[in-house]
Design a protein around this ligand. Sequence first.
Ligand code: COA
Ligand code: AMP
Length: 253
Amino acid sequence: MWSIRMRASKNRAKRGSMHISGAETICTEQQLKQIAQQYIKRALSHSRGNPDEVVITVERITKKPLDIPLLNTRTAKCSSPDKARQLITEFLLGAGVSARAVNAGLKVLYSKKHMRGACIMLSVSGRRAEPDRMRGVRVSRFGMTDSAEKIMTAIPGIKKSNIRTVTEAITLASKTAHHADILAEVCISDDPDYTTGYAASKQSGYLRIPCIKQHGDMRGGRVIFVRQDADITAVVDYLEKRPVIVSAKKVRR
Ligand code: COA
Ligand code: AMP
């Protein structure tokens, strides 16, 4: 199996180049060429702008990918960012995150400071635990089986044009939620045209939250809440490096 990853950015020659888009999956050697072509096409037509650099990385996976379940999906009724904050708060409290950590998490999520990955937050104290606060931690090395992808196309209420975005986000969220030290995750996309965020956990599944931000806003954010006594090095290693394939079996709680 192979990990194939794409990242597109602009202003390569200037300091602080801007990230446009990224995508990845795990596939067979036969699929590599077709996926690389699709990724290049996507990189060149993104609402965040036109890139001047597209990097495709193709890496052989030496460790057998972990087979993990796809989270169940539902969509909340939400018509404003204020209501979204309320829904996120309820979701996180229900996942065992303290009120203090919920408030700290919301601050990071809606902050004007742009991170390149997710904040890792301790679920009782609300202390940030990611090794680098600007970089954050990027969940990587994941893919989805064909049967799980089929389920995604049948979920009601998702516009056809958004199915790919939702599928990729659920794959990432399923990997994140699977770790025993992770209680929940919340995300706002940095795509200005995509205003549906999510909250996810192994217990409650993947809750899509429409109107989590205003249309046209380029800012996104992601916070992963971990147990207070989590082994942070092991969590980060799992999120960044452990290959996983998400399949359509039921989540064991
Ligand atoms: N924002 C800003 N910069 C980013 C970025 C992001 N989201 N992702 C990558 N970069 C830039 C950074 O400069 C980074 O350097 P850093 O490690 O110092 O931050 C550099 O690219 C290399 O990143 P890296 O993750 O090592 O590259 P990669 O080619 O192995 O993987 C991605 C790139 C984008 C595919 C991967 O990081 C990722 O995000 N995968 C998940 C994509 C996905 O499916 N998202 C679901 C949408 S919800
Ligand atoms: P995106 O889901 O790509 O729209 O990104 C939304 C936010 O999540 C970004 O602003 C980053 O802070 C963060 N982020 C981007 N990629 C990743 C990733 N692979 N893993 C964790 N966080 C990410």
